[in-house]
Design a protein around this ligand. Structure first.
Ligand SMILES: *Cc1c(COP(=O)(O)O)cnc(C)c1O
Length: 494
């Protein structure tokens, strides 16, 4: 199994090289030269396994230079104990109308980024050693919220790594800030920066391009890297839960082995749903992949018209992790479907004009696998309230977008195949939106909202969020952007 750039070229790379590099030299994303195929027997065997072993089997198909033993140890370390749902990691909740919710939020930060980020740091360290790199790695992250915390938890105490996260002083929610400032681990640092997210991000970018700083750190044995969301090591672990959901639906008697299963995915960067597409191309009986967007519906328009156009207003919504106008992972899909040459042309147009259009034939090919729809903030709030009232089941605003889109598209098409709605965050991470959707309109102070939601719904606050107020604050204070390089050097001197 070798990897090539989504934008073409003759070169190809091993999996370990692709994971260490992150981006191909021509700016493209790494994609597998061919997608491995599996059959009914493979699925049968998976059914008897827990999540951790399912992950090792599927990863093995893409990572030939990792031994079975090694993958077993890596997946055990990632999924063995850090998910509160136990062996299941990604449990299903069966609701009415043939819909099930796959809960991907039982990891340490209560959001689905954990599914990838609990494993990716370990893949990265093994890949470093396989490519002959002896230096240790320091991960730098600029975050506007969830990714920073998930990366901190993923890299925490992973040997051979350190991680430093920067966030804008007044640009994250109270819960997110508390999650980061109380971060545990001996290899972590968290730093607030005066300014907004763009200042923070450009601060990190200029550290990466500071050659003198890079040389000084290299002399002391440190290599800088980012835990970028387009790294193959972050996409790959996500393929696993599509297989896992299928096995669990069959085991629960909700699906005949071999029958089609649809998935509806709340989408931002297109990573999550693309993993579902890889699962389908590997031979998993996936029917339709429903791509759900919020008011930033650039993908809905793309799947409807063939034109991708990011020149449009940007909305800050109640599902902030989907507030994205450039869905980076779409590049991988288009390269597989239309070839690297056409893709490279579109990416060039996108960076020059902010838009591109694919031909009718390509659009038709994409529609063989995907449907798309979007849902505004009011409709999402109504969906939270409806699902709670009708099903006694609590969902977060991102999941609500997918849930509403799934129901609408199923109604329009008359499709009866069972459908899994991918549930990406705990409702307790978005208490204000969920409370107001449930009709609690009074002003409840931020620090009391989780308790209020818990009392109202009789659902426990997830442990990683409940304990936040009791944890020691380890990181405080804010620095100007100009001091960020010094903060990195100081951290790596310790
Ligand atoms: C990141 C995220 C998404 C979007 O996933 P993509 O892979 O970027 O499409 C949806 N919901 C939540 C809660 C997220 O954190």
């Amino acid at each position: 199994m070798r990897y090539c750039s989504s934008r073409g070229g003759q070169d190809n790379w091993s999996a370990a090289e692709a994971i260490v590099r992150g981006l191909a030299p021509d700016g493209g994303l790494f994609i597998p030269l061919e997608i491995p195929r599996v059959g009914a027997q493979f699925l049968n065997a998976l059914s008897a396994m827990d999540y951790r072993r399912r992950a090792a089997e599927i990863l093995g198909l893409y990572l030939p230079e990792f031994s079975r033993e090694e993958l077993g140890a890596l997946t055990q370390a990632a999924y063995g104990t850090s998910f509160s749902a136990g062996e299941q990691c990604a449990p299903l909740h069966f609701a009415g109308d043939g819909i099930a919710y796959m809960e991907l939020y039982h990891g340490p930060t209560c959001a689905f980024k954990d599914m990838a980020l609990q494993l990716m740091p370990r893949l990265l360290v093994s890949s470093l050693r396989k490519t002959g790199q002896t230096r240790n790695m320091c991960i730098l992250v600029a975050t506007s919220g969830d990714t920073g915390k998930a990366a901190l938890e993923g890299f925490r105490d992973v040997p051979g790594t350190r991680i430093q996260v920067f966030y804008p002083e007044n640009g994250v929610s109270r819960m997110q800030e508390l999650q980061m400032r109380t971060q545990r681990g001996n290899n972590v640092a968290v730093q607030a920066v005066r300014g907004n997210f763009d200042d923070t991000q450009s601060g990190v970018k200029s550290i990466f391009s500071d050659k003198a700083l890079g040389d000084r750190l290299a002399e002391r044995g440190w290599l800088l890297s980012s835990a970028n969301s387009i790294n193959w090591g972050r996409l790959l672990p996500q393929i696993v839960y599509y297989f896992s959901a299928y096995c669990d639906c069959v085991a629960a008697g909700r699906l005949q082995a071999g029958q089609d299963l649809d998935f509806c995915v709340p989408t931002g960067n297109f990573g999550d749903i693309l993993a579902g597409w890889y699962a389908k191309k590997m031979g998993l009986p996936v029917g339709r992949l429903l791509c759900a967007s919020n008011d930033n519906k650039v993908l809905t328009d793309f799947f409807q018209t063939g034109e991708y156009d990011k020149n449009r207003p940007f909305y800050m919504t109640t599902s902030p992790s989907m507030d994205i106008l450039v869905s980076s992972n779409l590049e991988r899909l288009l390269s597989h479907r239309a070839g690297p040459k056409a893709l490279a042309g579109w990416m060039e147009q996108l960076s020059r004009t902010g838009r591109f259009r694919v031909g009718e034939d390509v659009l038709r090919a994409l529609r063989e696998d995907f449907d798309a729809g979007w849902c505004g903030m009011d409709e999402a709030a109504k969906e939270i309230s409806r699902v709670w009232r009708d099903e006694g089941y609590l969902i977060d605003p991102h999941t609500a977008v997918a849930s509403a889109v799934a129901r609408r598209l199923r109604q329009e098409s008359g499709r009866k195949a069972p459908c899994v709605v991918v549930s990406t965050a705990s409702p307790f991470k978005f208490c204000d939106t969920v409370l107001s959707a449930l009709g609690e309109t009074g002003d409840i102070p931020a620090e009391n909202q989780a308790a209020r939601l818990s009392a109202l719904t009789k659902q426990p606050v997830p442990a990683p969020l409940a304990e936040l107020d009791r944890l020691e604050v380890r990181f405080s204070g804010a620095i100007p952007k100009a001091d960020m390089p010094g903060a990195v050097e100081g951290f790596l001197q310790r």
